[in-house]
Design a binder for this molecule. Structure first.
Ligand SMILES: [Fe+2]
Length: 174
């Protein structure tokens, strides 16, 4: 496991549902935010009872949700600037991929780590062949690595983290 993944795991151990619920109640919801995405409910209901998924089931309705402009896929930030757990140096959140979806090649300055929580999806790094990843798999994407994601019959829920350059300054589709 690389340093970015290590950092993501350490951060994950600091997240507890009670604290997050309390902070969510105090949070001013951004005008751009979306309602809690409907498609999260059946996905989480069908997912096994793991400690991480249980924590997410407890808090996902309290998160501020957005949708990717490119793909309409729901995402939320749990840790980061302005989030429930405010940090200026790291972001962590959830990203759901619908079944039969495609998130095209893109790059950003942050070192990114995805952890597949449920379902399955495929990742391509640096234009290489797509590889299937399932619950428990970790995908490490170093800063400015071209990467793309896609799904077929299953949706997927991932936990993602950004460390290093967490700005959007260098985010672009390639
Ligand atoms: Fe990314």
């Amino acid at each position: 496991m690389g340093p970015a993944a290590q950092q993501a795991f350490e951060l994950l151990t600091t997240v507890d549902a009670e604290t997050m619920r309390a902070r969510a109640r105090a949070l001013t919801v951004d005008e751009l935010a979306e309602p809690v995405p409907e498609e999260m409910h059946p996905l989480l209901q069908a997912s096994p009872p793991t400690p991480c998924l249980d924590a997410i089931r407890a808090i996902y309705r309290s998160l501020v949700w957005y949708r990717s402009a490119r793909s309409n896929m729901p995402y939320a930030q749990i840790v980061g600037p302005g989030s429930m757990l405010a940090r200026d140096d790291v972001r962590m959140g959830l990203f759901m991929l619908h079944a039969a979806s495609d998130y095209p090649d893109h790059v950003h300055g942050a070192d990114e780590v995805y952890i597949v929580l449920t379902g399955s999806a495929e990742w391509s790094l640096n234009g290489r062949a797509y590889e299937t990843k399932v619950a428990g798999d970790i995908i490490e994407v170093p800063s400015m690595t071209v990467h793309a994601l896609r799904t077929f019959s299953d949706p997927a829920l991932t936990l993602w983290s950004w460390t290093g350059d967490i700005t959007m300054d260098r985010y672009r589709f390639t």
